[in-house]
Design a protein around this ligand. Structure first.
Ligand SMILES: Nc1ncnc2c1ncn2[C@@H]1O[C@H](COP(=O)(O)OP(=O)(O)O)[C@@H](O)[C@H]1O
Ligand code: SF4
Ligand SMILES: [Mg+2]
Length: 317
């Protein structure tokens, strides 16, 4: 697939807990991300989104399966090529408070990647820091300060500058605005959107609700308990959702004019089950309003039901 910047094939990431328990955080997921697109990834808390993002950028080794970057199998790269790939893939974390070292000056935080990859030193390094601060809407004088002197939104801008410092091609943005005040969320989204064009980036944008990724994503994937449930063009997903879980998520998004849109809210019973003991067959079968006998017996196949529209559900098998 030449148009794919990143391709994930049968990716699994399991965590082994005590007493022979295993969390199947990412369980046999296959999809690709096109060069230059914003791929939105949604799902409730605990569905495995962060695990997938961290495994893709190489912060965690996969349990099995493969990750192809620019058609090269990440697991088979020699150390030099892997280093280049690592530099090109960066991650922005959800919590700008926890991800910045409180004892480091902002300039040094931003330069972490520059130093690690020996990209610049002395005056050139300093100028790069100033440029990056300006690029994310901060001031060069901020380089001397410490993270606690900044607001949540500014700290997230510092995190973005740190990711950009190594001139990445692919960025995983893991719920980058969830911890921020609603009033500044849009500013950070707009910044990420502008940077995407300026820097020619590709994004995996993780969020826990569909409403947030709707306007910025070209395509969207929906996860539930370690599995991908549905994937399609963003507009298509909102107009023709196939999977009952996606339908439920969509029905929960508040609409601006409820009288104009007839959308009945689908209320799901209970919380998501534990990923340590996920339901047999379809993982959504314990909460699905359309569940049939087969649903608790066999896993539905991940299938391209319509062109460029995948889902895993027995209603379409
Ligand atoms: N390092 C780890 N050790 C054990 N379990 C983990 C670890 N990281 C994640 N998990 C588990 O994997 C599941 C998915 O977590 P996560 O990827 O953080 O979900 P999300 O980002 O969608 O909220 C959760 O049940 C979580 O407890
Ligand atoms: S496979 Fe069955 S339980 Fe799962 S989403 Fe489809 S209809 Fe519902
Ligand atoms: Mg997460």
């Amino acid at each position: 697939m030449s148009e794919a910047l990143l391709e994930v094939k049968n990716l699994k990431k399991y965590f082994h807990l005590k007493k022979d328990q295993t969390v199947k955080s990412v369980d046999d997921i296959s999809f690709y991300i096109r060069k230059g697109e914003t791929f939105g990834l949604v799902g409730e808390s605990g569905s495995g989104k962060s695990t997938l993002g961290k495994t893709i950028v190489g912060l965690q080794a996969p349990s099995s399966g493969s990750i192809l970057y620019n058609n090269q199998d990440f697991g088979k790269l020699d150390s030099k090529k892997r280093k280049i790939a690592n530099k090109e893939m960066q991650i922005i974390f959800q919590d700008p408070h926890a991800s910045l070292n409180p004892r480091m000056r902002v300039g040094d935080i931003i330069a972490e990647g520059i130093d690690a990859f020996k990209l610049a030193k002395g005056a050139e390094r300093q100028n790069r820091i100033y440029e990056l601060l300006e690029k994310v809407g901060l001031n060069p004088t901020h380089a001397k300060r410490y993270p606690h002197e900044f607001s949540g939104g500014q700290r997230q801008r510092i995190g973005i500058a740190r990711a950009l410092a190594v001139q990445p091609k692919f960025i995983v943005a893991d719920e980058p605005i969830s911890a921020l005040d609603v009033s500044i969320q849009a500013q950070v989204i707009n910044l990420l959107d502008d940077l995407k064009t300026q820097e020619g980036l590709t994004y995996l944008f993780i969020a826990h609700d569909l409403g947030m990724v709707k306007h910025i994503s070209d395509r969207i994937g929906v996860m539930y308990l370690g599995k991908m449930m549905e994937l399609s063009d963003s507009h298509e997903l909102f107009v023709h959702p196939l999977h009952p879980y996606t339908q439920a998520l969509l029905s929960a998004i508040p609409v601006a004019n409820p009288k104009a849109v007839k959308r009945e809210r689908i209320v799901l019973g209970g919380d998501p089950p534990s990923p340590v003991n996920p339901p047999q067959g379809c993982r959504f079968s314990t909460r699905c309003p359309h569940a049939m006998e087969i649903c608790s017996q066999a896993s539905p196949e991940w299938k391209e039901v319509q062109p460029n529209h995948w889902t895993a559900c027995h209603l379409y098998n």
